[in-house]
Design a protein around this ligand. Sequence first.
Ligand code: ADP
Ligand code: MG
Ligand code: ZN
Length: 481
Amino acid sequence: MQYFTDIGLEVHVELSTRTKMFCGCLVVDPTVAQPNTAVCPVCLGMPGTLPVVNKQAVAFAIKAGLALHCQIAERSIFARKNYFYPDLPKGFQISQYELPVAFEGSIGITTSQGKKNIRIRRAHLEEDTGKLEHCNQQGETYSLVDLNRAGIPLLEIVTEPDMHTIEEVRAYSQELRLLLRYLEVTSGDMEKGAMRFEANVSMRPNDNEALGTRVEIKNLNSIHSMEKAIAYELERQQKILEEGGAILQETLGWSETRSETFSQRSKEEAHDYRYFPEPDLPPLIVEKTWIETIASEIPELPEQKRVRYKAEMSLPAEKIESLIQDKSVSSYFEETVKRSGEITANTVANWIVGDLFGWMNESGCSIQDIKVSPAELVSLIQFHEQRVINKNSAKEVLHEMLQTGKPARQIIQDKGLKQVSSTDELEKTITQILQKFPEEVSSYHAGKETIFNWLFGQVMQATRGKGDPQIVKVILKKMLS
Ligand code: ADP
Ligand code: MG
Ligand code: ZN
C-alpha cells in the first residue's frame, strides 16, 4: 500500500513593533533583558486593567496579509481563548477566532519538482504568552516564569493542508520567512523565538479522497527541528497504518534530545477554549484608504526581484537566490550595478557572492557594517577589468579595503601592486628566467609541454605576482619558439 502525506502549518510570527499588543510595555530582546522587567498591570493580567490595540501591529498584519495575497477583513473581531497555564496571567489569551484580519491567500514556492502555490487559510493577530523555565537543582524541581514575552504581538499564519513532502515544508517556511523579512514586519530570528512552527501531519492511502486523521506537533523552534519532527512522525504513522492500526488525533511535542515526538494531550476542540468575543475591545475596523496606504508601502518582494534579475541581468538562478536572501545585500548589489558602467552585473555578482560573502563569514560582519561602499567596490573591479591589477592582487586589495576602509587606488599605490604590463620590462624578466633554467627550456623544446606552466610560474614569481598573466603568457610563448 502506498501512502500519501498531507501537511498544514501554523506559523507564529513575532511582529517587530516597539511596544506590546495591548499595552505600552517595550518589546525587549529576550537574550538581553532581565526577566519580568518589561511588564505592567495590563500584561500581568491585573483586575480592572483594559487592553488597547497596537495600531502598528495591525498595520504589520495587514501588510503581511496583502503580500500573501489575502483578503483583508474590514471588520474583524478579537476573541478570548480561555485556558489556564502559568505563563498566561489573565487565564485567557486575546486572539482572533471567527473573523481574522486576513484570509484566503497564497504564496508561491519552488522545489526540485517545480513551482506551486500553497494556500493560506488565514492570518490572525494574537498576543504571546510568557516563558517558563523548568529547573532542577540537586533533585529539587521548580519552574520560573518570565512575563517579558507576555503580550508581544503575534501573527499566526495558517495554511491549507497543501504540502505533501518535507521539501515543500522547507520551501514554504523559508519563503514565508524571506517575505516577512522583506516587509520588515518581523526579525524572523528563530534563535530568539521570533518564528515558531506547528505542523499538522496526516497520511492516507493513495486512493483515498478524504484526509487522514492528523496529529499536531507543537513548539518547533526552527525549520530544521520541524523537518526532523515531521520525518519521525511520517515513519511512525506509516508503520501504524501498515499494521492496520488507527492514528489517534492528538497534540504532540518534539524532544530535540531524544529525536522523537511524544504525546502531550489528546486533541482539544474549539469548545474547550470557550471562545467568545473580547468584551473589552470593540470590533477592529480597518478603513479601505488605510489598506491602500499600506499596500503602497510594500517594497519589491523576493519573487519580483527574482524575475527582474533574470530579465534585466540574465543572472543564473543560483546566484540570484544568493543575492536576494538578504534585502540589504540585494540593495547593495543593485547600488553597485547602478554605478558599474561597462562592468557586467554578473561580474559584480561574482565579487559579492564570492569575496564579499567570504569576508562576511570570516569577520561576522553584515552588509550594513561593511566598510566598502558600492562606489569603491566598482572602482576596485574597474582596476582589475582594466588590467591595472591582476586577480590575486585585486583580492588582496579588496581584503585590505574591507579591513581598513581605504580606497582601492591608495592601497594599490601604497603596496606597489600595479600590474606590470610593459612588454620591455616583462621581456627582460623572461630572458633572465630562460637563462636561469636552460635544462627546463630544452626539455620544453623536446616536447614536454607541461613545463610551460612551470616556467610561467617562475616568471610570475619573479614579478612578485604583478606580471599581467595574459601578456606574460604571450611573450613567454613567443620567446620560447
Ligand atoms: P486547529 O485550529 O484546531 O489546529 P484547523 O482546522 O484550523 O485546526 O487546522 C489547523 C491546521 O491543520 C491547518 O494548517 C490545516 O491545513 C491543517 N490540517 C487540517 N486537517 C489536516 C489533515 N487531515 N492533515 C494535515 N493537516 C491538516
Ligand atoms: Mg492548531
Ligand atoms: Zn505591559
